[in-house]
Design a binder for this molecule. Structure first.
Ligand code: ADP
Ligand code: GN1
Ligand code: MG
Length: 376
């Protein structure tokens, strides 16, 4: 292929330290934020694949800091895997491939920021949970991830998106979007807007607990939705936690909450048939079991007391963010249809209503799993 015929991303991936003959590249993945591509190279007959992502600069204002965090975090996890004599390390943690100038990123001709990872072969992601076993290993994998980073040390990681899970800030932005109503969409979202207003006070519980020091600040992932965990094709076990852009200081419960939101239900995040959106207590119990089997080593009683609340809380913040993006005209999330963000918001609200209907039972389950995992 001549240089001129290359697509922009094909151009920039040649700025990374990749060896062999380039055979092709294509777009893939279902993330809402970055643009992801996969390339294939022939290294003396061996096929090697890489993942390339253009970092979304509207979301991450300082891509260099994102990559600094990711380099530190992946190196730290790798050192832990070496210490524990774990095999298959290049599939258990993302490997950052440097650019030819040694930096962990390359810029394209328009100034866009790109990074390259080793593609993790023999893995897949799930969009929804099908069995309690899946829920269990997804929960365990995030507890392991938090444990692996518990001793990261100083300096504090960069806050790649300041106030990411700060419900009060998210409400301020929502009210701004509502008063601007730049697309005239508020009239189509009355019920959703009312729901968010009614739940504002309760929604601040986690961020206030963190701010007041009732729960500790920890290094966490902050975006633990189901498809950010790669599953091994062969063993069907969780293999690697990916999408590390938001790894930064936060609360362990932010991760637990996003797991509950995306794992303890059979419905996709944008399910339009709301009768299918149900908080699944069997998956919830398995998820709690998997998470607590590892996390009880470090969780404090105050964190444990808020496990159920975290699921409701993170589902609410996502509903609020989808609604805000809808009102603002769909600038933030990738969307595939005009009402996509509205559908996502409605699904989150339906899930919260289902959680509320099963609240007493869910609290009992969390307490039971805590007791069983602590040997009681
Ligand atoms: P986004 O921030 O847009 O969600 P992700 O980093 O989650 O981007 O990547 C999008 C998708 O690409 C993931 O859900 C996963 O399916 C796939 N993916 C990303 N990185 C890798 C990798 N190193 N190996 C295999 N698959 C990957
Ligand atoms: C985004 O990047 P992705 O698709 O894994 C978002 C999360 C939301 C999620 C909702 C940086 O996650 O906060 O929970 O969409 N990531 C960012 O699906 O905003
Ligand atoms: Mg993702």
């Amino acid at each position: 292929m001549s240089l001129n015929a290359r697509l922009p991303f094909e151009e920039v991936i040649h700025r990374f330290a990749l060896y062999g003959e380039f055979e092709g590249a294509q777009s893939f993945g279902k993330g809402h934020i970055n643009n992801t591509y996969r390339s294939v190279w022939n290294q003396a007959g061996t096929r090697v694949r890489y993942t390339h992502q253009r970092i979304n600069e509207r979301v991450f204002a300082r891509p260099g800091e994102v990559m600094e965090n990711i380099e530190r975090v992946t190196k730290h996890i790798t050192a832990g895997l070496v210490r524990d004599e774990m095999g298959d390390r290049s599939r258990r943690v993302l490997t950052v491939i440097p650019a030819k100038d040694g930096k962990p990123w390359a810029r394209d001709d328009e100034g866009g920021w790109w990074r390259t990872y080793l593609f993790i072969e023999g893995s897949h992601t799930l969009e929804v949970t099908s069995t309690p076993e899946e829920a269990r290993f997804l929960g365990k994998s995030i507890a392991c991830f938090q444990r692996q980073l518990a001793d990261l040390g100083s300096p504090r990681l960069h806050e790649t998106i300041p106030g990411f899970h700060d419900m009060e800030k998210r409400y301020a932005r929502f009210y701004e979007a509502l008063s601007g109503d730049c697309r005239g969409r508020a009239k189509d979202a009355r019920g959703e807007i009312d729901f968010m207003r009614e739940n504002e006070e309760r929604g601040a519980v986690l961020i206030r607990a963190l701010r007041e020091g009732t729960i500790p600040e920890r290094v966490c992932h902050n975006d633990t939705k189901i498809n950010n965990i790669l599953i091994d094709d062969e063993s069907s076990q969780a293999l690697c936690v990916i999408d590390l852009d938001t790894v930064m200081p936060g609360a362990s419960l932010f991760d637990v909450g996003d797991l509950i939101r995306t794992v303890a239900t059979r419905a996709a995040e944008d399910e339009r048939d709301l009768s299918r959106v149900d908080f699944d207590l069997v998956f919830f119990e398995a998820l709690m079991d998997g998470y607590l089997s590892e996390a009880l080593q470090f969780l404090t009683p105050a964190e444990t007391a808020l496990l159920c609340e975290s699921g409701r809380n993170i589902t609410q913040i996502m509903g609020l963010r989808f609604l805000t993006d809808y009102l603002e005209g769909d600038h933030y999330y990738h969307t595939e249809r005009p009402d996509h963000n509205m559908d996502r918001c409605r699904t989150q609200i339906a899930l919260i209503k289902s959680m509320d209907a099963k609240w007493g039972e869910a609290e009992k389950i969390a307490a039971r799993r805590w007791k069983l995992n602590s040997g009681g």
